[in-house]
Structures are given as structure tokens and as C-alpha cells.
Write a new protein. Structure first.
Length: 228
């Protein structure tokens, strides 16, 4: 799943939590999620192609552990965090070869087509409007009040999304900050941005958060949350 891997992981944890209250398993109050990305293991130093050099300078290693709690447990602990409001995932048509991650002779081989930012740009507005509708929100009315956790797959992707959604650089500054400080951490990136949102004094409790990430497929995955 690559760069959007955190969102299905959270969806799975949400499902495990919900099903535990239906008698399927003993009730749970906490589920841990761990992401380990050792992308440097896939660097082939003998490959000096432009595509490989770009890929290896864009991505970096990352690790994070975080937890999904039941609402009752979060309230009991008076925790700061993010409450899940909606989840959605779409596979873009005719995009299978634009981003790949395949087993090669010595490492995994990645392909990133120049078409990727444009494919995301052409589909992101429709996806975001539908995702916000599932949370009972209208994007065009609410976009100035939202916080944003957009996966910075690369500078071009964030710029194309900002242009299509009508966002300013200020609105995506936390994505840019994580990218500048760490590079593209693949699935680890979105949780790093979540941490920035939770710790930010400029984003008050009650703020809705729109999160977007992208990966092989091409896949657009999104989530709406509320800072608590």
C-alpha cells in the first residue's frame, strides 16, 4: 500500500475495536499500530538512472507507534488526539502502471510516472467532496476552517492538490514541515503529520481535519477526523 498505508491500518484498527463490542472478541480499549519503513534497504547503488536517483533522494526511513482507543477510554484518560469521523478509499481507473512497487532481482523496484501528480489533481476534488459529505460536511463551505494532513508524496503533488482545492501554502504547512524535516516516510508520514496537528496550539480542539494519502493503484485514501 506504500504511502497511504496508515489509513487502511487505522480502518482495520477501528474495525477490530468496533467488532470487540459486538461479542466477537473480548472488548478492547486500545489497539496499537506500528509502521516500520526501511526504504534505504531498497537503494541500489549500482543504478544511476535519473528515476532511481530521484526515488532514493525523495524517500527516507521511518518508524512510529501510535494507538487507537475506544471513545470511552479516551474520555476517561482525558486524552488529546483525533476522533475518526469518516473513511474512504478510491482506486483511479487506467492508472495501474503510474506507480508501482515490485520485487526486483536484488531490491524492490519503484516506478513513479510523471503523470502521478496530474492523475491525483484530476480526481482529488470529487473525492474530497464525497468524503466530507460522508462526515456531514460541505467542503466548499468548510475548507477555510479545516486542518489538513496531506501526504507530501513530493512537492509537485501537494502543489497540484492546493491548486485544485483552492488551498494556500499556510493551510498545508504541516505537511511541508514533515516533508522538509524527514523526506517522504511512506506510510509513516501521515501519523507524523497527525502528531503535529495534535501538538499544535494554533489548531483548537473541535477542529475538523481532512487527511489524504496516495499510493499504488493509483489509490486515493482519505479520512475526516476531529481534534479532541
Amino acid at each position: 500500500m506504500g504511502c497511504y498505508g496508515a489509513l487502511p491500518a487505522i480502518r482495520m484498527a477501528h474495525g477490530f475495536m468496533a467488532s470487540s463490542f459486538l461479542g466477537i472478541t473480548p472488548p478492547k480499549s486500545r489497539i496499537d499500530i506500528v509502521h516500520t519503513e526501511i526504504l534505504s534497504a531498497h537503494g541500489n547503488l549500482s543504478n544511476d538512472s535519473a528515476e532511481h536517483i530521484i526515488t532514493m533522494t525523495l524517500f527516507s526511513d521511518g518508524f512510529i507507534r501510535y494507538s487507537v482507543f475506544s471513545e470511552a477510554e479516551a474520555e476517561k484518560r482525558q486524552m488529546k488526539g483525533l476522533k475518526i469521523l469518516a473513511l474512504k478509499e478510491n482506486l483511479l481507473s487506467d492508472s495501474l502502471d503510474e506507480m508501482t512497487w515490485k520485487l526486483g532481482p536484488h531490491t524492490f523496484d519503484m516506478t513513479l510516472s510523471l503523470k502521478v501528480p496530474y492523475a491525483i489533481r484530476d480526481n482529488v476534488k470529487r473525492f474530497v467532496v464525497s468524503l466530507l459529505n460522508e462526515a456531514g460536511m460541505d467542503f466548499d463551505r468548510e475548507k477555510e476552517n479545516l486542518a489538513y494532513a496531506i501526504h507530501p508524496g513530493g512537492p509537485a503533488i501537494v502543489k497540484k492538490i492546493c491548486g485544485e482545492l483552492g488551498l494556500t501554502e499556510k493551510q498545508v504547512e504541516l505537511s511541508d514541515k514533515v516533508f522538509y524535516e524527514n523526506g517522504n516516510l511512506s506510510s509513516v508520514t501521515i501519523p507524523y503529520i497527525f502528531r503535529e496537528i495534535i501538538d499544535s496550539d494554533d489548531i483548537p480542539a473541535g477542529t475538523a481535519v481532512l487527511s489524504l494519502a496516495f499510493g499504488p493503484g493509483l489509490t486515493i485514501s482519505g479520512m475526516v477526523l476531529e481534534k479532541i
